[in-house]
Design a protein around this ligand. Sequence first.
Ligand code: COA
Length: 391
Amino acid sequence: MKYAHIIGWGKYVPDRVLTNHDLERMIETTDEWITRRTGIHERHIAGERETTATLAFEAAARALAVADLHPSQVELIIVATSTPEYIFPSTACRVQDYLGAIKAGAFDLSAACSGFVYGLDMAAQAIATGSVRNAIVIGAETMTRVLDWEDRGTCVLFGDGAGAVVLKGSNIPGGVLASTLRSDGSGGDLLSLPAVYHNPVPTLGPEYFHNGHKRNTIAMDGRQVFRFATQVIADSVHETLRKANMTLEDVDLIVPHQANTRIIEAAAKRLKLPQEMFYTNVQWMGNTSAASIPIALCDAVKDGRLQPDDNVIFVGFGGGLTWAASLVKWNVTPPDVSLPRREWRRARYVYARGRSKMKRYGRRFGAWIGGSPTPDASLKDGDKKSRENDL
Ligand code: COA
């Protein structure tokens, strides 16, 4: 039995910041209302050329640098996201290509804001069974691209970003000790994001979904989600500790999904724990869905909130409904990687992009020589050009 240890972590958030005061100029809201009800002051917004995959890649590259691991050693890449640019190719496959992780399987995982904890458990299980030795788990989102900017009940809450961890198998006990994954599909209507190909509702017009919300944007019953979240955080933390034969007294830090400071305060009360046991950075990030826990983890490490041998719990909740918790022993000190070595690693990613392009041209050339149509020959010229540029 192998233990899956976290040996690297990295986050990437876009440069552009949208403050509550900026929002005051866009919709009927106030900094005071947003701060009082959510604790959020500002959030990051992806730039025009940034995508979920580019954010995910940056976070993964930084996590690999901390772990001092070569991309070719990675055997599994899981990207938890609700905002992929494509249903397929998966965001994980694009990250695999950008990294040049030539020996990795890659797939996306859909469990909304619980996605990172689900992914962590999947990767830890794959390591425990000996199926893979190393894995990267990424939470990455461009939530601001699926918001109805006229719906003040949701558009003030979310932000963009990505966070990643590298997991490595080891015989030393520790790492991911226990997890609890749960779902309740009966609450699916409380928090939803319809897929682009969902049937339009003729009576409302093609822009609208059946509940009156704009298509391809988030719809939410805030109060119900609030109630659900405060219940399941406590339940899943207790259940996970029970599986590991531990109690709350053994826990050093809880890194919850960063949706709202009031949810976190209510959960702390329910667990009868001091607020300081919960790490929060939602004030500066907003709700970045699947990315929020790994981003908060990186900030917690930077703030010195995690020491070797600490027990940390990650707990997520969100659309589905889904919720999940993982208990992790934080007991691997990362190697001290020199700056030139890090820079050298970055150069490898430029090489990976070049190699990917060459492979693509090689395929087209082979098809041309062989006289067979290229796989995308059926696309119209315009479509073909835009996808070639995009992918
Ligand atoms: N600015 C100003 N007023 C706003 C507003 C905004 N951005 N959004 C809503 N309001 C108004 C509403 O229109 C309503 O006005 P009314 O009383 O005149 O009708 C009033 O504020 C109360 O609305 P309500 O939705 O009941 O507020 P609330 O106290 O439930 O707070 C949330 C709203 C969204 C902050 C809260 O429900 C929440 O945090 N829910 C959990 C959401 C979440 O975290 N989702 C992601 C989970 S992964």
